[in-house]
Ligand binder design. Structure first.
Ligand code: ZN
Ligand code: ZN
Length: 218
């Protein structure tokens, strides 16, 4: 297994590409923008993108989904786009989100609805890899995290729920601080201590480091 990080947009959102090295089957998680850069990487590494996954539908995570689907369709790739149903309002309101942040110039398309909805505990198969869906709301109503149970190096992609020494903001519509803390404690901090934490912004961490150092979780 390999997980590549491609920071995208001016706010450096960490798009991740999870690759099963044997089959080259891959999942693109949170293609928030700069889709040409993501697409070039896919071509260069000869990846077979089978899935597009979203942790949540804020513009910096979901802003490039439609464009990436269009790029891939031109190559006759039809990946399965999966996300949580509670983010429908955000997906349909990407333009509105940009307006709220005074960033209309980004000119994004709204995010389409997924072909299927994901729910807590669901397993997604990427080639020989298994990704477990964890429902971690609080930063947004349908926020998901993705746990990849590689025996030697387990990883969890935490979007904007958990960051290194910080947590997601809860001042946006549909957010709730108590719900976020509960999600993190129940779904994330219960993972094996050596699990690598791969957040949507900033540096990577581990579950052990966050239990020890994160000031919001003491
Ligand atoms: Zn967010
Ligand atoms: Zn974000």
């Amino acid at each position: 297994m390999k997980i590549f990080k491609i920071p995208v947009t001016t706010i450096r959102q960490n798009c991740r590409i999870v690759v099963d090295e044997k089959t080259k089957a891959s999942a693109v998680v949170d293609p928030g923008g700069e889709v040409a850069k993501i697409f070039d990487f896919i071509l260069e590494q000869q990846l077979q993108v089978t899935h597009i996954l979203l942790t949540h539908a804020h513009f910096d995570h979901a802003g490039g989904v439609q464009e990436l689907l269009d790029y891939l369709e031109a190559l006759e790739y039809y990946p399965l786009f999966l996300a949580h149903k509670n983010e429908a309002q955000l997906r349909a309101g990407l333009k509105q989100q940009l307006e709220n942040f005074g960033m209309e110039s980004w000119g994004l398309e709204n995010c389409p609805e997924p072909q299927q909805y994901l729910s807590d505990g669901e397993i997604i198969e990427i080639g020989n890899l298994k990704i477990k869906t964890l429902f971690t709301p609080g930063h947004s109503p349908g926020h998901l995290s993705f746990f990849i149970d590689d025996s030697t190096a387990p990883c969890v992609i935490t979007g904007d729920a958990l960051f290194k020494n910080s947590i997601g903001r809860t001042d946006l519509p549909g957010a709730n601080h108590q719900v976020l803390i509960k999600s993190i404690k129940e779904k994330l901090l219960s993972l094996p201590l050596h699990t690598l934490v791969l957040p949507g912004h900033g540096s990577d961490s581990s579950i052990q480091e966050e239990i020890k150092n994160n000031p919001y979780l003491q």
